[in-house]
Structure formats: structure tokens, C-alpha cells
Design a protein around this ligand. Structure first.
Ligand SMILES: [Zn+2]
Length: 125
């Protein structure tokens, strides 16, 4: 017999997002609203959490980074562990849904190389 609780604490576990989106959408939206309210807007439109690392959230037996939670709940996507939520602004504490998009690990590496070479083009956000 499987022990699902062993898996549910793993970050970004897809079954957890499926449950959240299917069965607790209003509660999840309320948590997203609280996450967004507890941020500081900077001059680039980033909504930055008051944390030194990307903020984490717990919800209904699971936990994930706040920006992934915001992205999944606002887009209705149950991200798998292989799907990366990218920051177009390169600030991993930012939870602005408009600065987040889905990618893979290669996209993430490419982003990082581009940022080192050219900096961030805030006009693109
Ligand atoms: Zn941002």
C-alpha cells in the first residue's frame, strides 16, 4: 500500500496542485490574495515578499514556493516537478503573476546566461 503523505510534502507535487485547484479554489485564491498583499512593489512592478529567500507557503498538507503557488492558482495549472516557473524579472522573491511564466530547466539556464550578458530588460515585462 502506498503512503501518499511521504510524497505530499515534496515541493510542487502535482497531485497536491490538482487537489488544490479542483477542490479548494476559493481558499487558494484567498491565500494568493494574502501573499500578494504582503509584498512591496518596486519600480519595476515586482511584488517582492518580505523574505530573504523565495517565500514558502503551506496549504492543505502541502507546501511550495509562494511564486509557484501564485502561478498555479492564478493560471489553473497543476505544474509538475519538471515544469519550472520562471521569473521574467529574475527576482525570485517576486510573486507578481505577470512576471511569471512556465518553462523548463533549459529555459532557466538560458535566462540566467542572458541576464548575465545583458541584464534585465524591464520594458519586456
Ligand atoms: Zn518581478
Amino acid at each position: 500500500m502506498r503512503a501518499p503523505q511521504l510524497f505530499i510534502v515534496r515541493e510542487g507535487f502535482q497531485g497536491w496542485y490538482e487537489d488544490v485547484l479542483a477542490n479548494h479554489p476559493e481558499e487558494a485564491q484567498q491565500l494568493v490574495a494574502r501573499i500578494l498583499a504582503d509584498t512591496t512593489a518596486d519600480e519595476h512592478g515586482c511584488l517582492v515578499t518580505p523574505t530573504t529567500q523565495p517565500r514558502k507557503v503551506r496549504f492543505r498538507g502541502g507546501q511550495d514556493r509562494a511564486y509557484r503557488f501564485v502561478f498555479c492558482v492564478t493560471t489553473g495549472l497543476a505544474a509538475t516537478r519538471d515544469q519550472i516557473v520562471r521569473h521574467r524579472c529574475h527576482d525570485r522573491r517576486c510573486v507578481n503573476p505577470r512576471h511569471l511564466e512556465l518553462g523548463d530547466r533549459l529555459d532557466n539556464l538560458r535566462d540566467e546566461r542572458e541576464r548575465r550578458a545583458n541584464g534585465v530588460d524591464y520594458a519586456m515585462l
